[in-house]
Write a protein that binds this ligand. Structure first.
Ligand code: ADE
Length: 228
């Protein structure tokens, strides 16, 4: 999979995508992330990419020309399955969206800044608008990093133990069960006996029960979604 990201602050994306599982995905050649500095397509020698908004009001708007040129130039080399704009008024990211996007080959993400991007770019080029939650970030970069991570770890072969993504929270609309490691007793608190029993069937049943209990308690809305 190739993910291209257009941004005015590539530095914000470099570190999050160069460690841990995202690094492994790229080292294995399963994921390629390319960052493109929007200023390369600026309208003048000062690197201008934003301007005042028509109708007045505080805050700058990202101009259509640089974004249009960037999208056209990158699209001439790569046929993008989706052109995604990260924005607080987009569809809320969830595991279902991450699963679907992890099956695509080429994605282009656009990070907004200031008051956002000119509406005409949204109308003409953007095929998906995604928000990572109901709060406003200073720009789309951290949202693009979150989206890339959520997608990248799902690409087959990225995780060591392929089944581990299957048991993540949300994969079947359930939260993940509690987990324990050594020591078996810590400050007087014991690991549940069942996990030490060596009986895989019983352990699976216990985990499923725990997942259901947790979901009922913390996120009953997920069970409703499933029709359960
Ligand atoms: N840009 C600013 N805030 C955002 C959010 N919550 N999600 C996606 N992109 C954003």
């Amino acid at each position: 999979m190739q993910i291209h990201i257009i941004t005015v602050i590539p530095e914000l994306l470099e570190s999050p995508l160069q460690h841990s599982i995202m690094k492994r995905a790229q080292d294995k050649g399963l994921l390629k992330v390319e960052l493109h500095h929007l200023r390369k397509w600026a309208v003048n020698e000062y690197g201008q990419v934003d301007d005042y908004q028509f109708g007045g009001g505080a805050g700058m708007v990202m101009m259509p020309e640089p974004l249009s040129k960037a999208i056209e130039e990158l699209s001439a080399h790569t046929k993008f399955n989706e052109i995604i704009y990260l924005t607080p008024d987009g569809d809320r990211l969830d595991q279902h969206i991450a699963n679907k996007l992890s099956m695509k080959e080429n994605l282009l993400m656009i990070c907004g800044h200031y008051k956002g991007i000119d509406q005409r770019i949204r109308d003409k080029y953007i095929t998906m608008e995604i928000s990572i939650g109901d709060y406003v970030l200073s720009g789309g970069e951290l949202a693009a990093a979150v989206l890339t991570d959520a997608i990248g770890r799902l690409i087959p072969g990225v995780l060591n133990d392929e089944t581990s993504a299957l048991f993540d929270s949300f994969q079947d609309n359930l939260l993940a069960p509690p987990v324990y490691t050594r020591p078996a007793e810590f400050q007087g608190m014991k690991v549940p006996d069942i996990l030490l029993s060596g009986d895989p069937k019983k352990i699976d049943e216990w985990r499923h029960e725990q997942s259901l209990d947790r979901t009922r308690e913390k996120r009953p809305d997920l069970l409703q979604e499933d029709g359960a």
